[in-house]
Design a protein. Structure first.
Length: 302
């Protein structure tokens, strides 16, 4: 009789975080999904003699080094939750490199095509409430609600305001004028990606989390990609995972921690401490930028 095998594993997904909400995911069949494609080194601002507050904050929070569009391994599908500059500034570059399908909220699809000069035929407009049966995965689209801090604070930006973010150019090297800021506020979606092997990835970034949990209550996602909004305590973030019922959680938009020099590794340690204390059999994970990770189903000798 042959020896007993001590452990086996089956890879469900390869994934790495690039910046903001940009993840590169490789499915078991080799096809690649890129979410909210963004990478920016800040070169278009670093040469300026003076910077306004928004520009200074953008450099502090968003500027990165050590990567480029050439380092992506693929982009068969470019999935965009909303068209703010920090979620789509390299969409055109990725399309020109890989010629994939660009999936974007329908209300902002034409503006994205114009600004990033992507052929209309490559654009797939998405509508909330629909399920799309693509060749390599199934995508269900849910309504979302962008966290519009300016509106909450009473700073109402109107289309008629010449200097408003609605009418102006984005800071991340995107051609202007454009209406991406306003359209990004209005059209913001959440997603559920399901592979043919029944691995389910939930992507949610808006302020409407309780509503979204109700949408996916019966979907039992394996991996939860969730906006780590700065105001969330570790307890709040952990219990969002518990409400979703996910096995693994990785963050979105967590680069915002750089605004106050927050230690995210320590933060996620506290999140996992809450999950353990609650007896919840899931874990949260803070990824290192550009590092590939394998997500596997496995069994091993105890």
């Amino acid at each position: 009789m042959s020896d007993y095998v001590e452990s086996v594993q089956s890879e469900a997904l390869r994934i790495r975080w690039i910046s903001v909400q940009c993840y590169e995911m490789v499915l078991p069949n080799g096809k690649t999904i890129v979410t909210d494609p963004f990478y920016w080194e800040g070169d278009n601002l670093k040469g300026l003699e003076t910077l306004d507050k928004r520009q200074e904050n953008s450099l502090k929070v968003y500027a990165q080094t050590g990567f480029s569009v050439d380092d992506f391994t693929g982009a068969d599908y470019i999935l965009i939750s909303h068209v703010h500059g920090d979620h789509m500034n390299i969409a055109g570059d990725l399309w020109n490199k890989f010629y994939g399908r660009v999936l974007v909220p329908a209300g902002a699809a034409e503006e994205l095509a114009r600004v990033e000069d992507i052929p209309y035929g490559a654009i797939m407009p998405l509508y909330p409430g629909n399920t799309y049966y693509l060749d390599d995965f199934t995508l269900t689209v849910y309504p979302g609600a962008h966290d519009n801090r300016a509106f909450r604070e009473g700073r109402f930006l109107r289309p008629s305001d010449r200097d408003s973010a609605y009418a102006g150019s984005e800071v991340f090297g995107i051609p202007g004028p454009n209406s991406c800021s306003g359209l990004g506020n209005m059209f913001c979606f959440n997603f559920l990606i399901e592979t043919p092997q029944n691995y389910r990835i939930d992507f949610s970034a808006g302020r409407d989390y309780p509503d979204h949990v109700r949408h996916v209550r019966d979907k039992a996602p394996n991996l939860m990609l969730r906006h780590r909004i700065r105001s969330y305590t570790p307890e709040e973030y952990a219990r969002q995972m518990e409400a979703m019922g996910a096995q693994l959680m990785m963050p979105l938009h967590h680069n915002n921690a750089r605004a106050k020099g927050e230690d995210l590794n320590g933060y996620f340690g506290r999140v996992n401490g809450v999950l353990k204390a609650d007896g919840y059999p899931g874990v949260a994970f803070n990824p290192k930028p550009y590092q590939w990770y394998s997500i596997c189903n496995s069994i091993s000798a105890a």
